[in-house]
Design a protein around this ligand. Sequence first.
Ligand code: PLP
Length: 400
Amino acid sequence: MTSMSPSARPLLNRRLAEFGTTIFAEMSALAVRTGAINLGQGFPDTDGPEEVREAAVRALRDGRGNQYPPGPGVPELRTAVAAHQLRRYGLSFDPDTEVLVTAGATEAIAAALLALLEPGDEVVALEPYYDSYAACIAMAGGTRVPVTLRPGAADGEPAFRLDLDELRDAVTDRTRLLLLNTPHNPTGTVLTRDELAAVAELAVERDLLVVTDEVYEHLVFGTAEHVPIATFPGMRERTVTIGSAGKTYAFTGWKVGWVTAAPALLTAVRSAKQYLTYVASGPFQYAVAEALALPDAYLTAYRQDMEAKRDLLAAGLAEAGFGVYRPAGTYFVTTDIRPLGESDGFAFCRSLPERAGVVAVPNAVFYDHREEGAPFVRFAFCKRVPVLEEAVGRLKSLAG
Ligand SMILES: *Cc1c(COP(=O)(O)O)cnc(C)c1O
């Protein structure tokens, strides 16, 4: 045969074959088709602070960032990120050599994994995991090794728990890095200081790198506390810390994220990042620099607002008959559908728009061990109070 159709072999390569379609596309389409309330995807339905929006408009009008900004990010933002890490956590980073601006946390994760992994390296990650982790590990040729977070008592805290012995057992001679996420999406678990100290000790003992996704650092509730793992002994030199303005300032469309890391690590991540987007979000970088300088009162009010929304949705879900794992952080609450007489989260989420006019996401999509996640379903509470109240009202029909 001389003419060979391009479809003669699968177009999507072997590394990505399992990542063909995302559940979010399917569920969001379902929401549109049925007019259901979309509590599937985690984006706020109101924008962040007006003065920050205005800062973006000003930057755009003044011609700041409309052309390629500097590769590592505009100096104003790198300085603001360094000041934030120092003020909040006592972590001192040089804005010129230890801070990198990225196209959201998503690019930071991709760049870190592409830069730091050799094919065959193992990555230990907490399961369930944010959906881009598995795909990025695959693109880097790495092998993911999940450590499953186990549900605690429903209606208790912590929602899901890390078994430190399982984590230790997951590390082998091929492990290159630990990929952490705290506060944790989708479970809402916030790793405690003691847990993080143990993880840090393990990383030092086994000489592992740590990539830590802390995009929900400011969304912790009640007595929970966010502690960056970079603050523990021996960790500053082996940790890549990732933050994002999307979740902290409720501008998820702006795609402004950042990395803080010691110079050698940061240089490695930058090497990969410059061939992904090179740069992004020029004018928004200036606006986020201003957002990071807002008084702490903004973050306090935002956190309190989100905590009240968590309480509203959690109470409504419990009343509707779900088992509710109270999240200590993030935008999400994970529920157990078994008290409703259900066991398959996929089937449940596919039928929920018709049954109750609400869209949620089956946690199983965030697991390699799908059966571990089968009975869990995630709802987002980063929505306006009337929207949450309407959703809760609709879900009551399930209690029957
Ligand atoms: C939303 C989210 C991201 C992506 O952040 P962007 O800044 O929008 O790219 C990364 N990690 C987790 C856990 C998230 O929930």
